[in-house]
Ligand binder design. Structure first.
Ligand SMILES: Cc1cc2nc3c(=O)[nH]c(=O)nc-3n(C[C@H](O)[C@H](O)[C@H](O)COP(=O)(O)OP(=O)(O)OC[C@H]3O[C@@H](n4cnc5c(N)ncnc54)[C@H](O)[C@@H]3O)c2cc1C
Length: 314
């Protein structure tokens, strides 16, 4: 059997793509290597999903999955290891274990993972003071003392953003110079409650129920100090799960994010991408929006409509 569509990844992008695929009567299957819901399941409190003042990430993810299943989503709990072109049948073939599953179109919705500090205490305090997303968590640190780890543009713009909530924001960076653009450095420098801690790395995160402090080492002097903190925002980069797409010819940008157009089309006709893997704003609502567009574009592709915008005319 040849499916109309294979969706790889069942985070907000993949689950929303499935909802839209079902409503467009596309025969599809969703592959998920871990848990349906993706990163959203790890969010403690989500306060930026329209219609919900506050909802647990796991609860929102569960509702998305239930809705997709109720509409007919078929899920295979297997990682896809490769996508290959099946020229003979004019379709794609996704390899998962010993299975080869064919489809006319594919949506890559495999997300991205945050680079971690890799220090003692980091995993234990995720959602309890350690965050990888200021847009998600800044309001929980009103009047508190936080640190941003990193020296790129996202670290410094995040520090300025957090300074509107937190009473003090330390930027801990392992070098003297920042990689961030000069204008972003200047904005951070001019923000009164932002303080740079340079040539320094976090060696350990300490706390009890929540983060209480970080052990910081100066890489030049080797001096070690304990910095009292309520929160730590880790901004040292992301790794998009784009390798499978790349191998089948999908173009990526310099940071390995999948390149898409406004209709979520990749450089390979019939392969679409949505969510964090595209390097868009890493938010559930954005991933879901892109998932919806990708599914509608896949519908147009499968039905042989002319290329164009993804919206199906009524
Ligand atoms: C702790 C935390 C808190 C957050 N809080 C918020 C918040 O408050 N508000 C908000 O809007 N956003 C929040 N986010 C961000 C949001 O969760 C992400 O932007 C969103 O989940 C991205 O959705 P996605 O579908 O693109 O990717 P993901 O959620 O990463 O889902 C990708 C899925 O693909 C699967 N996968 C990967 N590779 C394969 C493969 N080879 N085969 C099969 N499956 C595969 C993964 O297992 C995963 O389930 C938070 C994220 C984290 C980590």
């Amino acid at each position: 059997m040849i499916y109309d569509l294979i969706v790889i990844g069942a985070g907000p992008a993949g689950l929303t793509a499935s909802i839209y695929a079902s409503r467009h009567k596309l025969k599809h299957v969703v592959f998920e290597s871990g848990m349906c819901g993706g990163q959203l399941s790890m969010a403690t409190h989500v306060e930026n999903w329209p219609g919900e003042k506050q909802v647990m990430g796991a609860e929102l993810a569960k509702r998305m999955e239930e809705q997709a299943r109720a509409l007919g989503m078929e899920v295979r709990c297997q990682p896809v290891s490769d996508i290959v072109k099946d020229e003979e049948n004019n379709c794609f073939c996704c390899l998962a274990g010993n299975d080869r599953v064919q489809a006319k179109s594919v949506i890559i919705a495999m997300g991205a993972s945050h680079r971690k500090l890799g220090v003692i205490g980091e995993d234990a305090f995720v959602g309890k003071g350690i965050s990888y997303c200021a847009t998600c968590d800044a309001p929980f640190f009103n009047g508190k003392v936080v640190a941003v780890i990193g020296g790129g543009d996202s670290a410094l713009t995040t520090a300025v953003y957090l300074a509107a909530y937190a009473k003090k924001v330390f930027v801990i960076h392992r070098r003297k110079e920042f990689r961030a653009e000069e204008s972003n450095q200047e904005k951070a420098r001019r923000t009164p409650n932002v303080e740079f801690v340079l040539d320094s790395v976090v060696k350990e995160v300490k706390g009890d129920k929540r983060v209480k402090s970080a052990i910081v080492e100066n890489v030049e002097t080797k001096a070690v100090s304990e910095l009292p903190l309520d929160g730590i925002f880790v901004y040292i980069g992301n790794t998009p799960a784009s390798a499978i797409g790349k191998r089948v010819g999908v173009e990526t940008d310099a940071r390995a994010y999948v390149k898409v157009d406004a209709a979520m089309r990749t450089s390979v006709p019939g392969i679409f991408a949505a969510g964090d893997v595209t390097g868009s704003v890493p938010q559930a609502i954005v991933a879901s929006g892109q998932g919806a567009i990708a599914a509608m574009s896949a519908y147009k592709f499968v039905k042989g409509f002319k290329d164009g915008i993804a919206v199906v005319n009524r």
